[in-house]
Design a protein. Structure first.
Length: 229
Protein backbone atom coordinates (compact mmCIF):
# COMPACT_ATOMS: atom_id res chain seq x y z
CA UNK A 1 0.00 0.00 0.00
CA UNK A 2 1.21 3.53 -0.79
CA UNK A 3 1.94 5.89 2.08
CA UNK A 4 1.96 9.66 2.44
CA UNK A 5 5.59 10.82 2.13
CA UNK A 6 4.94 14.16 3.88
CA UNK A 7 3.68 12.32 6.96
CA UNK A 8 6.66 9.96 6.79
CA UNK A 9 9.00 12.97 6.81
CA UNK A 10 7.25 14.36 9.89
CA UNK A 11 7.71 11.02 11.68
CA UNK A 12 11.38 11.01 10.68
CA UNK A 13 11.84 14.45 12.20
CA UNK A 14 10.12 13.29 15.40
CA UNK A 15 12.45 10.29 15.66
CA UNK A 16 15.56 12.26 14.70
CA UNK A 17 18.32 11.88 17.26
CA UNK A 18 17.24 8.43 18.38
CA UNK A 19 19.65 5.57 17.83
CA UNK A 20 18.75 2.31 16.08
CA UNK A 21 15.87 3.62 13.95
CA UNK A 22 15.12 1.53 10.85
CA UNK A 23 12.47 2.03 8.16
CA UNK A 24 10.81 -0.93 6.43
CA UNK A 25 7.97 -1.40 3.97
CA UNK A 26 5.65 -3.66 5.94
CA UNK A 27 2.24 -3.85 7.68
CA UNK A 28 0.51 -2.18 4.76
CA UNK A 29 2.81 0.84 4.50
CA UNK A 30 6.06 2.26 5.86
CA UNK A 31 7.00 1.12 9.37
CA UNK A 32 9.48 2.66 11.80
CA UNK A 33 11.43 0.21 13.96
CA UNK A 34 13.21 1.46 17.08
CA UNK A 35 15.67 -0.78 18.91
CA UNK A 36 14.38 -3.82 17.03
CA UNK A 37 10.65 -3.26 17.63
CA UNK A 38 8.10 -1.58 15.40
CA UNK A 39 6.54 1.41 17.15
CA UNK A 40 4.74 3.36 14.42
CA UNK A 41 4.35 3.90 10.70
CA UNK A 42 2.35 5.42 7.89
CA UNK A 43 -0.30 3.65 5.83
CA UNK A 44 -1.99 5.72 3.16
CA UNK A 45 -2.61 9.07 4.83
CA UNK A 46 -3.05 7.53 8.28
CA UNK A 47 -0.52 7.33 11.08
CA UNK A 48 -0.33 3.82 12.51
CA UNK A 49 0.68 3.49 16.14
CA UNK A 50 1.54 0.41 18.16
CA UNK A 51 -0.30 0.78 21.45
CA UNK A 52 -0.48 -2.88 22.51
CA UNK A 53 -3.63 -4.88 23.33
CA UNK A 54 -4.13 -3.02 26.63
CA UNK A 55 -3.90 0.40 25.02
CA UNK A 56 -6.10 -0.29 22.00
CA UNK A 57 -9.50 0.40 23.57
CA UNK A 58 -8.46 3.71 25.22
CA UNK A 59 -6.80 4.83 21.99
CA UNK A 60 -9.94 4.09 19.97
CA UNK A 61 -11.89 6.41 22.26
CA UNK A 62 -9.79 9.33 21.06
CA UNK A 63 -11.02 11.52 18.17
CA UNK A 64 -10.01 10.56 14.62
CA UNK A 65 -8.77 7.08 15.63
CA UNK A 66 -9.89 3.83 14.03
CA UNK A 67 -8.87 0.17 14.24
CA UNK A 68 -5.83 -0.92 12.24
CA UNK A 69 -6.69 -3.68 9.77
CA UNK A 70 -4.55 -5.93 7.61
CA UNK A 71 -6.19 -8.16 5.03
CA UNK A 72 -9.60 -7.24 6.42
CA UNK A 73 -8.70 -8.37 9.94
CA UNK A 74 -8.03 -6.02 12.89
CA UNK A 75 -4.56 -5.96 14.47
CA UNK A 76 -5.03 -6.15 18.23
CA UNK A 77 -2.08 -3.98 19.20
CA UNK A 78 -2.35 -1.22 16.58
CA UNK A 79 -4.56 1.76 15.76
CA UNK A 80 -4.70 4.20 12.85
CA UNK A 81 -4.92 7.95 13.40
CA UNK A 82 -6.48 9.99 10.60
CA UNK A 83 -4.75 13.24 9.50
CA UNK A 84 -7.06 15.41 11.64
CA UNK A 85 -5.79 13.54 14.70
CA UNK A 86 -2.13 14.43 14.11
CA UNK A 87 -2.55 17.78 12.39
CA UNK A 88 -0.11 19.58 14.70
CA UNK A 89 3.46 18.51 15.33
CA UNK A 90 2.67 18.23 19.04
CA UNK A 91 -0.17 15.78 18.36
CA UNK A 92 1.98 13.67 16.03
CA UNK A 93 4.81 13.62 18.57
CA UNK A 94 2.39 12.53 21.31
CA UNK A 95 1.13 9.60 19.23
CA UNK A 96 4.62 8.50 18.23
CA UNK A 97 5.66 8.67 21.89
CA UNK A 98 2.85 6.27 22.77
CA UNK A 99 4.35 3.77 20.36
CA UNK A 100 7.80 4.27 21.87
CA UNK A 101 6.42 3.94 25.39
CA UNK A 102 4.82 0.62 24.48
CA UNK A 103 7.87 -0.98 22.88
CA UNK A 104 10.07 0.27 25.72
CA UNK A 105 8.24 -2.17 27.99
CA UNK A 106 8.77 -5.22 25.75
CA UNK A 107 11.32 -7.57 27.35
CA UNK A 108 14.50 -8.24 25.36
CA UNK A 109 16.52 -11.43 25.11
CA UNK A 110 20.25 -11.70 25.91
CA UNK A 111 21.14 -10.26 22.49
CA UNK A 112 18.90 -7.23 22.97
CA UNK A 113 16.29 -8.47 20.51
CA UNK A 114 12.57 -8.55 21.42
CA UNK A 115 11.68 -11.82 23.14
CA UNK A 116 9.09 -13.94 21.29
CA UNK A 117 5.65 -13.81 22.93
CA UNK A 118 6.93 -11.98 26.00
CA UNK A 119 5.20 -12.69 29.29
CA UNK A 120 4.55 -9.36 30.97
CA UNK A 121 4.77 -9.23 34.78
CA UNK A 122 1.49 -8.27 36.44
CA UNK A 123 2.88 -5.09 37.93
CA UNK A 124 3.99 -3.96 34.49
CA UNK A 125 0.48 -4.50 33.11
CA UNK A 126 -1.00 -2.28 35.81
CA UNK A 127 1.67 0.38 35.33
CA UNK A 128 0.95 0.43 31.60
CA UNK A 129 -2.76 0.76 32.22
CA UNK A 130 -2.21 3.67 34.58
CA UNK A 131 0.16 5.31 32.10
CA UNK A 132 -2.54 4.93 29.43
CA UNK A 133 -5.06 6.64 31.72
CA UNK A 134 -2.61 9.46 32.40
CA UNK A 135 -2.00 10.08 28.69
CA UNK A 136 -5.70 9.90 27.78
CA UNK A 137 -7.22 11.84 30.67
CA UNK A 138 -4.69 14.40 31.91
CA UNK A 139 -5.91 17.87 31.01
CA UNK A 140 -9.54 16.87 30.51
CA UNK A 141 -11.98 18.84 32.69
CA UNK A 142 -9.65 19.44 35.59
CA UNK A 143 -7.80 16.11 35.49
CA UNK A 144 -4.20 16.33 36.68
CA UNK A 145 -1.47 13.98 37.86
CA UNK A 146 -0.46 14.25 41.52
CA UNK A 147 2.83 15.77 42.60
CA UNK A 148 4.45 12.43 43.38
CA UNK A 149 5.13 13.34 47.00
CA UNK A 150 5.13 10.58 49.56
CA UNK A 151 1.90 9.57 51.22
CA UNK A 152 -1.59 8.44 50.23
CA UNK A 153 -2.28 8.96 46.56
CA UNK A 154 1.16 10.23 45.57
CA UNK A 155 1.36 10.25 41.80
CA UNK A 156 -2.39 9.67 41.53
CA UNK A 157 -4.86 10.97 38.96
CA UNK A 158 -7.06 13.71 40.34
CA UNK A 159 -10.09 15.78 39.34
CA UNK A 160 -9.88 19.31 40.69
CA UNK A 161 -7.43 18.10 43.30
CA UNK A 162 -9.43 15.01 44.39
CA UNK A 163 -8.02 11.54 43.71
CA UNK A 164 -9.96 9.10 41.56
CA UNK A 165 -7.30 6.59 40.35
CA UNK A 166 -3.91 5.37 41.54
CA UNK A 167 -1.67 2.33 41.70
CA UNK A 168 -1.22 0.65 45.07
CA UNK A 169 0.36 -2.72 45.89
CA UNK A 170 0.49 -3.68 42.22
CA UNK A 171 -3.20 -3.02 41.52
CA UNK A 172 -5.22 -0.21 39.98
CA UNK A 173 -7.27 1.44 42.73
CA UNK A 174 -10.36 3.54 41.95
CA UNK A 175 -12.75 5.72 43.92
CA UNK A 176 -16.42 4.90 43.27
CA UNK A 177 -19.72 5.24 45.14
CA UNK A 178 -19.91 2.86 48.11
CA UNK A 179 -22.90 1.06 46.55
CA UNK A 180 -20.97 0.54 43.30
CA UNK A 181 -17.95 -0.77 45.19
CA UNK A 182 -20.20 -3.23 47.04
CA UNK A 183 -21.59 -4.45 43.70
CA UNK A 184 -18.11 -5.00 42.29
CA UNK A 185 -16.98 -6.88 45.39
CA UNK A 186 -20.08 -9.07 45.33
CA UNK A 187 -19.51 -9.90 41.65
CA UNK A 188 -15.80 -10.52 42.35
CA UNK A 189 -14.78 -7.84 39.90
CA UNK A 190 -12.60 -6.19 42.52
CA UNK A 191 -11.28 -6.45 46.06
CA UNK A 192 -11.56 -4.27 49.15
CA UNK A 193 -8.96 -1.55 49.66
CA UNK A 194 -7.70 -0.60 53.11
CA UNK A 195 -4.70 1.71 52.42
CA UNK A 196 -2.62 -0.46 54.76
CA UNK A 197 -4.64 0.51 57.84
CA UNK A 198 -6.58 -2.75 58.19
CA UNK A 199 -9.96 -1.09 57.66
CA UNK A 200 -11.87 -1.19 54.39
CA UNK A 201 -12.37 2.13 52.63
CA UNK A 202 -15.94 1.80 51.37
CA UNK A 203 -15.55 4.13 48.40
CA UNK A 204 -12.38 2.51 47.06
CA UNK A 205 -11.86 -0.71 45.12
CA UNK A 206 -8.74 -2.54 43.90
CA UNK A 207 -8.78 -4.12 40.44
CA UNK A 208 -6.68 -7.20 39.78
CA UNK A 209 -4.37 -7.11 36.71
CA UNK A 210 -6.67 -9.51 34.82
CA UNK A 211 -9.73 -7.24 35.19
CA UNK A 212 -10.76 -6.25 31.65
CA UNK A 213 -13.18 -3.56 32.79
CA UNK A 214 -10.43 -1.28 34.06
CA UNK A 215 -10.97 1.47 31.47
CA UNK A 216 -14.75 1.82 31.85
CA UNK A 217 -14.45 1.66 35.64
CA UNK A 218 -11.76 4.35 35.60
CA UNK A 219 -14.12 6.56 33.59
CA UNK A 220 -16.83 5.89 36.18
CA UNK A 221 -14.41 6.92 38.92
CA UNK A 222 -13.52 10.13 37.13
CA UNK A 223 -17.19 11.06 36.66
CA UNK A 224 -18.03 10.21 40.29
CA UNK A 225 -15.26 12.36 41.76
CA UNK A 226 -15.88 15.18 39.28
CA UNK A 227 -19.53 15.57 40.27
CA UNK A 228 -18.60 16.05 43.94
CA UNK A 229 -15.70 18.41 43.38
Amino acid sequence: MAYDEKTAKRVRRTLAGRANVVEKRMVGGLSFIVNGSMCCGVTGSALMIRVGPEGREPALRQPHVRPMELGGRPLAGFVCVEPSGYKTDAALKSWVQQGIDYISGIPKDSRGAPSPRPRVPEGTVVDRRFATLVRALTGKRGVTLGSGKRGFGSGALQVNGRIFAMVARGELVLKLPARRVAELLAARHGSAFDAGKGRQMKEWVSLAPDNRRWWSLAEEARAFVAQDS
